[in-house]
Design a protein around this ligand. Sequence first.
Ligand code: 26M
Length: 808
Amino acid sequence: NAMKNWDDRGTTAEAIRAGMIDKLVYSVGKDPEHATLQDWSTALGLVVRDHVVDHWFRASHRSHEEKKKRVYYLSMEFLIGRLFNDAIANLQIEPAVQEALSTYGLELRDLLDQESDAALGNGGLGRLAACFLDSMSRLEIPAFGYGIRYEHGLFRQRFHDGWQIEEAEDWLVSGHVWEFERLEARYTIKFGGHISFDGQGNTKWHAEETVFAMAYDTPITGWQGKHVNTLRLWSSRPTEILDLRRFNSGDYLNAAEKMIRAETISRVLYPDDTTPEGKELRLKQEYFFTSASLQDLIRRYLTEHDDIRHLPDFVSIQMNDTHPAIAVAELMRLLTDEHRLSFVDAFDIVQKTLSYTNHTLLPEALERWHVGLFRKVLPRHMQIIEWIDFHHLAEVQSRNLAVSLEDVRIIGHGSEVRMGNLAFIGSKKVNGVSALHTELMKQTVFAEFHRLYPDRIVNETNGITPRRWLYECNPPLRKLLMETIGTDWIANLEKIDAAAAFATDASFKEKFAAAKHANKIRLAGVIEKKLGLRVDPTALFDVQIKRIHEYKRQFLNILETIALYQAIRRSPANDWTPRVKIFGGKAAPGYHVAKQIIKLANDVAKIVNSDPVVGDRLKVAFLPNYNVSLAEVIIPAADLSEQISTAGMEASGTGNMKLALNGALTIGTLDGANVEIGERVGPENIYIFGLTSEDVAEIRVKGYDSRATIEGDPVLSDVLRAIAEGDFSPDDPSRYHDLTDILYNSDYFLVTADFQSYFQRQRDVDHGFRDTSRWTERAILNTANVGWFSSDRTIRGYAADIWNVPSV
Ligand code: 26M
C-alpha cells in the first residue's frame, strides 16, 4: 500500500505535536510566533482530520470491495454543529491532544471555540439526521447522508430591546477544515422548459435552465473510528462561467446574473420549521439536491452492478420528511427516460427502494405545491406524478374498499400536488417517530392509506447519540460514569442502567450532584457573560430550549413564571425554592406570534430580574442564538426539562431525551416520546400534567370555552390582567393585547386549559427539589433509565424493519 498512513505515526502526544507544527507552517502558512488561536485550531484540525481520513478510506474501500448494500439518508437539513471535538472524542485522543497543546501553552477548549457551528438545519428534524449519521457509523452501516451545502445556515439571533433580530449566518468565512471539495463529482440539474416525445419511446426534456451540483464530502467518524461514513452536501454552480458577449459590451451586471441565479439555489436555508410557503426557490432546492443524490447513487451502483433492476437489493433510500419526496418522481424519470425501463417496472423498483419518515401531524406543515408552479419548474415530473396518481387511483378503485378516494389522491382538488401522499404511495415503509405519533398517523392524516396498506406504517421512536449528548458535552458526568460503571455505555447506552444500583449510594450521589453543580457554574458563567445577569448555581435550573412555536407552549411557561412572581411578591417571607427559568430558541422570521412570545419573555425577565423583593428566588434568562453548541452547555446544567406541548402535537421531541440523559427531571404532557420516557423512568421520576391527546381530540370536537376557564381561575386571571394592563410593558401597555386576546377568544393550543394543572405540578417540583438528596436519586434514575433512547437503538430499528441491512 503506497498510501501514506497517518496511523503509522500514531496518536501519541509527540506525533500530534509534530503534526501540528507541520500543518501550521506548511498548510496554514504561519510560524508559531505569529499564529492566532484560529491558526492553531486549523492546524490541530488538520492533524485530527488526517487520522479520520485513514479510517474513512479503509471503510469506503471495504464497502466497495464487498459490494455492500448502502443506505442513503436524504435530508434538506443536517444540524451537525461543531465537528472538532466530536472527532477527538470518537478517536479517543483527547489526552494526547491535551498534552501536545500544553507544550505550546494552549487550551483545547479555546481551540474548539474557534470552530463555527454548522447550523444547516432548523431544529429537531435536522439534528435527528445528524444523530443518525453518527449512529450509522457506530453500527458500521455503509451509509451516505445527502443534503445541501448552504452557504448560510440558520440565521443568527440577536435581541434588540428584547425583540428578535435575524442576522445572516456565515459559517464558512473562517474556513471549514472538515469538508473535501469533489471537483469530479458533478451533475447537471435541469429546470423548466418542455418535454418532447419522438414516437419511438424516447422522451426528451428541453430544459430552460441548467445548473451543476458540486459535491462536498465530510467524514462522519463512528465510535473509535471503526467505521466512517460520508455526508455529501451539494453546492449549486453555474453551467456557463460568464456571458462574454454581454461582458464585452459593457453589461457587467447582466453578464454575472446567470451565475448568481445558479448559485442562489444553495445560498440559504429556509428558516421555517413548520409552515412551508410554496416558494419556487424552495422547490428548486428540494429537486436540486434530490436529483443530484439519485444520479450519484445510481452511478455508484452501476460501478458495482450491471443490472439496474436489482437496485432495491443494494440500495435503500430514506426520505427525511417530504422535503425530498420528489425522489419518487425523479427516480421514476431516471429509470424510465434514462435507463429505459417500463413505467410499471420502474414503479416497482421505486416502491422497494424508497421509504419515508413523517415528523409532524400539523396540517399546515404538510407540503403542497400549486400544480401550475410545479409544472413550470418540473414539467416532466408533473407528467410522471399524473401517471402515478392515475394508476394508483385505478388500483384503489379495483379493490372495492370503502376508502375516500380524494384523501388518497396525490393531486388534490386538481390544483395541488400533495407531497405527503406522493411519499406514502412511492414508499416501501412509512414511519412515525414515537409510539403515540405513529398511532395518531394511523388514525388521522394517513387513516385512509393505513386501511389500504396496513403493513406500511411502522414506528421508529427517535433517539439521540450518547457520544455527543453525554460523553462529549458532559465531561464531569462522563468521568463519574466511567469510574463507576466502566465504558460500555458509550457504545451501548442500555448499559447505563448499571448506574441505577448507585442511586442510593451516598458517595456516588455526592459526586453526581457535584458534577451537576460544576455544569451549573459553567452555565451561570455563560448567562452572566451573555446577559449580564448573575444567577445562583444552587437554584433550580428550569430549562425550555427548542424552536418557539405556539404548540410548544413557551407561553404557558411564561404565564406560570408570572404567576410565581406574583405569589413571591405577595408573600416574600415564604420559604420559596429558588429557581432560574432558562429559555432558548428561535422564531421563524415571519411568525409574528412567536416573536411576541420572545419579547414577552424578555420583558418579564427585565421586571422580575430587577425586582429587589424577589431577589434570587426567581430569575429569568432568555439566552440568544440557541444552537447546537449552546445546547451542549445548557443541557448538562439542567435540573428541570420543560416538555409542555399540547398533547398530540409534538411528534416526538429529542431535547426531552438529551435532558433526561443528563439527569434533568421532566415536567411534561403525555405527548410524543414523553410518554415512552415516563414508562421507563417511572411516575415518581417525572412530573406529568395536563390534558391527554384523547382529551384534546374530544375538546376539538366539543369546543372549548377558554374565557370561562380564565374567569374561574383567580391565579390565571391575575396573570392575564397584569400582561394586558402593561405591567411588563409600561412603555407600551397594549403591546400584548394580541397575545391575551388569543387566550380569551381562540385558545387553539389549550394553554388556559392546562394552566392550573401545570402550575400545581410546578409547586410539586418546588417541593421535590427541596429534598436535595431524593432529587439527586431521581436525577440518577433518569440518567440510568433512558439508555433506550440512544439513536443506535433507533437505527437498529430502521436497519431491521425498513432497510434490510445488517448492523453490528
Ligand atoms: C418546510 C418547508 C419550507 C421550509 C421549511 C420546512 C420545514 C423544515 C423543518 C418543515 C419542518 C421542519 O422540521 C420539522 C421538525 O423539526 N419536526 C420535529 O422533528 C423531530 C425529529 O423527528 C421531532 O422530534 C419533533 O417532535 C418534530 O417537531
